[in-house]
Design a protein around this ligand. Sequence first.
Ligand code: FES
Length: 138
Amino acid sequence: MPVYSEKVMEHFMNPRNVGEIEDADGIGEEGNPVCGDLMTFYIKVKDNRLSDIKFKTFGCGAAIAVSSMVSEMAMGKTLEEARKITPALVAKELEGLPKNKYHCSNLGAQALNKAIDDYLRKQGVKVKTKRRRKDEQE
Ligand code: FES
């Protein structure tokens, strides 16, 4: 069993912003076909800022902690600032992740980015479907 930091355990035991936003402005879903974990982010956007974020995650403890941390890090940020939340930053805020759990940190940033993409598309902005981030972790 992987050894988790206290921060990961704390977010896993008390995840922030769990749930769904019924009238979400953007929805982003990301999964990992290897482990089967699935993450969905719901966002509300006001004046180009993330005014509300909720998530639903079916996954391991690290994936839940990552979702919770991403939602906290992104809340209130502008869309551009939220896009700068990388898997490495999330892992750092969680005081590290076990090596075999690095991939869990990719899901959070990707799901949030997809929710932002979804929002922008609904605004008529052209966005590329899938972007791999430079710092994605194996
Ligand atoms: Fe796959 Fe955590 S084990 S997201």
